[in-house]
Design a protein around this ligand. Sequence first.
Ligand code: MOS
Length: 750
Amino acid sequence: MATQISTSAGRDRFVGGALSRVDGPAKVTGLAKYAGEFSAENLAHGYVVSSTVAKGRITAIDVSAAEAVPGVLKVITHQNRPSVAGEAKAYQDMVAPPGLPFRPLYDETIVFSGQPVALVVAEEFETARHAASLVTVTYEEDTPQTDIAAIADEAYDPPKKRSGIKPPPKPWGDAGAAFDGAPIKLRQQYRIAHEHHNPMEPQASTVIVEDDGTYTVYDKIQGVANTQLYLTNAFGLKPEQVRCLSPYMGGGFGGALRPQYQLFLAMLAAQDLNRSVRVVLTRDQMWSFTYRPGAIQTVSLGTDGSGKLQAIRHDAVHGTSTYEDYQENIVNWSGILYACDNVELTYRLAKLDTPTPGDMRAPGAVTGIFALETAMDELACATGIDPIQLRLINYTETDPVEEKPFGSKALKSCFEQGAERFGWSKRSPEPRSMRDGRELVGWGMATGIWESLMMQSSARATLTADGRLEVGNSTADIGTGTYTILTQIAADALGLPMDHVTTKLGDTNLAQAPVAGGSWTAASSGTAVMKACRKVAEQAFKLARGMDGSPLANVDFERVVFANGRIEVAGDASRSVALTDVLKAAGKDKIEATESASPDKDFKKKYEAYTHSAVFAEVKIDEDLGIVRVTRVVSAIAAGKILNTKTARSQIMGAVVMGIGSALHEESVLDHRLGRFMNRNLGEYHVPAHADVHDIDVIFVEEEDKANPLGVKGVGEIGIVGTAAAIGNAIHHATGKRIRELPITVDKIL
Ligand code: MOS
C-alpha cells in the first residue's frame, strides 16, 4: 500500500469532501447567539436618534421629554457626552481608510443624513425607542452635495493610499494614440448604483461590565481583533480590559469589517452609567454607514478585425465621505485580465456628504469588471467574434502589470467546462434571435477575477486526554463555512472523526487572527490551524515513540499517519498507538500548540495570485412587460483546492444571487435635495427573493496552486464578480438593448 502523506500529518479524509456545516444545527435551532442576543444582569438598552439632515449644525437639542419618560436612564448627546481618551488620535481600526474616522456625538456638526445625534438609554428597549421619538433636534442646514455625477470633474487622486489597495499602475504604451488609430473603437460610460449591506442581522453591540471592571463585548464584526483595537484606541483601554466576542454572524460580506457607531455608543453608555448596555441598529439605520459606492466609469477599447486589443483605457470615479478617503480596486483588473500593449487606468474620488462607503463583496471588482466585461461583449458584437473567443484571443498567462506569471490560472478550463455545461455552442449570436413562447431568450457570459490573498494568522490546537481536539483563533465565520473547513483540516491532521474536533472562533482570548474578509480566511486561518495541528501531531508522535515497547520505535515522523484516533505506521496498521494511550502514558492531560502562518515570500516574489471564473447567464424576458428572469447561471470557478465542495458551492451560489441583485434589483436611491438615501427598508431596497432565483450551477475546475501548503486560493467573492455583466450581456442578447447602468430595471428595458 502506498504511503499517503498529505500536507498535514494525517490523510485527507474530510478535506475536499462535501460536508454539512458543523455550526448548522446551532444556527437552525437558535443555540447560536448573535451580538444583540447576549445579555447580562441589569442590562440597559440604548436607542439611537438619527439626524434628519445631511449637512449643517445642531443648534438646539431638547431631551427633556425623553428624560421624563419613566425608565429612561440617560440621554447622551454631544452636549453632555463624556470625552474619551482617543479623541485626539481619533478612532482608528484595522481597515480604516486614510482620514479621520467618524466620531459619534463628538460635536454639533452634521456630516451625513442618519448621523447619530443622541443615544437614549433606558431599562427596556421599548422605553428607549419611545423616548428617542421625543427628542427634538433643531438644525442649521447647509446644502448637501451627494450627486457624484454633478461633481465628477472635481474628483481627485487620493493623496494617501489605503493600505492593501494598489493604486492604478503607471500607463504603458500609448493608449490614447493606439485607441485613436484603432479601426474598431468602443468608448462608453458605465454606471452602478449605490448598494447597501442588508444581512439578516443588523449591526449590534452588547457591552457587559464585569465585576472586576473589565468589559466583555459582543459585537457584530468580521474579526474581534478589530473591535478590540477600536475600543482600545477610542477609549484608551488596555487589550486585557476588553474581551471581544463574535461567535456567529448573520451575514458579513464587508459590512461588518469596521466597527460601527453602535459599538462606540454602547461602550460610552456602559462607562457613563457603569452598567451593561446593548445597542442594536434598526433596519433604517443600516443606511447610515458603509455601502458599495456607486461609480461612473468610462471604458475605451480599440481593436482591428482580429479582435486583438490594441488599447484599453479605464477610468473610474466614485464618492467618498468628507472625512475619509475610502478606496477600492476598480480599474486595475483591466490591466491584468487581458494582454494589451497600450493601457491607461485612472481612478479618482469625489467628496460627498454621505457616510464613508466601504467594502462590499469583492469591492471594486464587482464595479470594474461589470464595465470591462460589458465593454468586451460590446466589442464581440462589433467584431462579430464569439465572446469566449474574443477573450481567448486576448488571454494572458502572465500578469501584464507585474510582469510575473500567475501561480495558477485555469481560466481556460472555466471557459471550456462552463460553456459545455451551459450549452453555449447552441447559441445563435444574433440579438433577439432566441425565443421561448412570449419570452425573449438571451445568453450572455463574462469573466470574473479576484485576488487570492493570505494574511498572517495564528491558531491554537489542543489535544486532550479524552482524544478530543479543539482548534481556533479570533477570526470570524461570516456565514461562509469557516467553522466547518477548519474542523475538516484539524480532523484530517490528527486522524480524528469530525465530531471529536471543536473549532472556536470570534474571541480575543483565542489566538490572534485578522478580520475575515477578502476571501483570505481559508488560506490564512486554514494554514495556521494545519500548522498548529501538525505541531501537536509531532509532539504526540515523540511521546508515542518514547512509550515502553512502543510499536513506533525507530520510525520517523514522515512514515506515520494519523487515522482513527491512532498514530500508525503507514501501510502497517498493526503497528499503531491510540492518541488517548499516548497522553495517558505520558501522564499529560493535554498537548497544545500555537502556530502562526504567513504568506510565502518566495512564492510572492515569483508569482501573482488570482482566482478566476467564467459566468454564463440565461435570461428570459417578457417582451411586453420587460420583466427579466435569470433562468440559469453556470459559474465555473478556478480557485485552487476546494476544501469543502458543499460550503464552497453554497458560497458561490450566494454570491451569484448577490450578483443577480446588483444586476437587476439593488439600488440605494439618493434624494440629492435632502442628501439622503430614501429607500431605507427591504420593501423598497430590493434584493432577489426566491422567485428571482432559478438554476445556479457551480463548477469548480481543477487547479493546482502552491501559494500555501493547502493549495487553497479562497472562494466567495469570486462568485459575484462578472455575474452582473453576464446578465447584462444576456439581456442585450435577448433584446438588442445595451444597458450600461445597474440595476437593469424594467424602465430601462422597455
Ligand atoms: Mo468581504 S468585502 O468581507 O466579502
